[in-house]
Design a protein around this ligand. Sequence first.
Ligand code: C2E
Ligand code: MG
Ligand code: MG
Length: 570
Amino acid sequence: MATTSEFDLDAAHRLLSDHVSDLVAVFDTRGILRSLNRSGRRMLRIDANADLPALRIADLVATSDQDRVDDIVRSVHAGTPWSGPLTMRATATGDFPTRSTLCTIPGPEGDAIGWVAKDTTTDRDVIKSLRERAFYDPLTGLSHRSLFLDRLDLLLRRVDEETTPVCVLFVTPDRFKEKVSHFEQGASSLLLKAIAKRIPEHLDGGQSLHRWGDEDFVVLCETIADDAAAAEVAARIAEAFVEPFRIARREVYLTVSTGVAVGSPGEMTTDELIRHADAAAQLARSVPGGAIRMFDAELRARAVRRAELEDALHGAGERGELVLFYQPEVQLRTNQIVACEALLRWRHPTWGVVSPGEFIPVAESSNLIIDIGTWVLHEALTQCAKWEAQFPERPPLTVAVNISARQFAMDDFEQRIADVLDETGCRPSSICLEITEGVLLDDAEETISKLNDLKELGVQLAIDDFGTGYSSLSYLRRFPVDILKVDQAFVSGLGHDPEDSAIVQAVVHMGQALQMTTLAEGVETAHHVIELRELDCDIAQGFHFARPLPVEAFTAMLAAGDDWLDQSMG
Ligand code: C2E
Ligand code: MG
Ligand code: MG
């Protein structure tokens, strides 16, 4: 055939092979490299115009894969093309991974061998970086909780004889959000980075730091002698916080709260050990100014009680065990009941009444609070609508409902409130949602927009336990809040603790300046009432007027009209 004169197939192949990104090489019948395309020359750093060196297949395979070369070549010569991962050797650039195919090319003098190789370095890099992103925190470079949990799991599953205990420490800088809120944006990242660098300087071998989430870190001690040794590790971590951190040319002093738990392989699961360390950490965090708390017998008893409560709390609403009590809020100028706070009670069939102080935190840590909170809203708003119908003559009564952080954080929280208002027919202005300062601190901008949406619905908003959190004054100005509820801790000192009086006075002034109503909680004595009137506080709530009452008793109080005070004081 005369086709070759019109069209040179060899040249066409060479041209094509010069345009692919893979290495294409041909070795002659003696196994010597005879042809190499442009990509191959680039990969092996052989100059485009230089003569090909007399290399064999084995010369181009990395040491790590040398022992496979003979088998591969033999199988190819036997007529079976070979495909698979193969690491190639390049003297100038170092070894690189490939996916290779080798096959025979029959010729008049015997079989030559063709080798096509795709450099997979980039694929590997991508996979590596994906893996790293999944397992490592890009900000601090520490491993994420998943890698830490894997490691802990492995340690707790050891079954050899020398199974020494393992220790987990939950480490949280105190008041982190509040501290960084005084700095410009990005300060929290810088501070987290600095902490992630500082703590390991105070750890020994076999002890590692990981990022748990937000500003929470976790230290894993792969072996620990006993509780005392674990406490020592915690003390060394605390030492890491003695020197201030320098951020944006300023110094930040931090203290740290650490919860410590020790467990032995075979005796404890990863879940249990984490829960123990977390329980200890929660307690450590509840003490101001940095504390170390070990998981001990007392905490073990609490954990058992908590688990019992959680179990029993499931379905408590459906079984009719939850009830709302109502406590009046009294306008000090007129002595009128202007509002009431709905306070949840749990009547357990055998334990009797469980206080919200005990079960609300359990509900909050287990998501049960969402269902319970929805139930409370329904119940309180239904009752509010009933009172409105029952006492049409009376100035409208506001019903205050406590909202937990988790409820407030729900994406559709505003919608849920709108729905309950619709379903119960309650007037929006008759409802006051009580939110604690802690909730407001979380993400101020998002919070402000959420609060504004709620205000659009027409409901009132209150900051509960005001003074115990760390509201930044600059933010307070921007929160569309109607009422500041002064925490009872300050009210109890009125009259004998000048500092408390000064605080209440300051809150009242602040409220007046920001056009917010001030309400004092925990008003227990006539003396408190006198002081509060003098300080110009608007509303008071407390045992002095009435304890939280069952709905019938509270309704009777409303029915008594102006005589309610005589009735309540007996
Ligand atoms: P809170 O919202 O600050 O409620 C005020 C607490 O102070 C109530 O405790 C109330 O009974 C108590 N109290 C009222 N007057 C006085 C007084 O004169 N002296 C003293 N010492 N205490 C007084 P309670 O009912 O045990 O509730 C405790 C906390 O549980 C509430 O604090 C609130 O944070 C939470 N809570 C109660 N009901 C609910 C609810 O339905 N949902 C949510 N998320 N939390 C609730
Ligand atoms: Mg409240
Ligand atoms: Mg309160």
